[in-house]
Ligand binder design. Sequence first.
Ligand code: ZN
Length: 142
Amino acid sequence: MKWKFVLKIADLLRWIWKDEIVFDENGMQWVLELDGIDDRSVLIKLLDFKTESAETCDRCGKQFKRLVKIPEYIAKYTLDKTEFEESTEDVVFMIDSKNETIDVEELLYQASHLDDPFVIKCPDCEKSDENNIENNDDFDTL
Ligand SMILES: [Zn+2]
């Protein structure tokens, strides 16, 4: 999956400013709330992020599309390199200071991998697993 979303945020840095962007295209949906918190950083709230992720089943090798849903993901974009490097708890990205833009692509990319399953299974393998678990349960109660 390849995205190209670069936002101009000069206004957000110059004034205390809020903005909202709604995106719905090619099976991908999200809402971005942008909040210029000071002249060095912008807080970004990604809401209702839905997309399809192309996956390969770990078990049978089949290719399938998995629906990814992230209700909320918050990140900060900053001009401050130290903050970017030293932040441990928050998700922090750099603002492109030359162009005064932020790369939303990296935010979407990270968010879309938030709830990646440990083992990727296609719906068929998922289903056969569920059946097996049910069968095992029956066996246990006998
Ligand atoms: Zn499979």
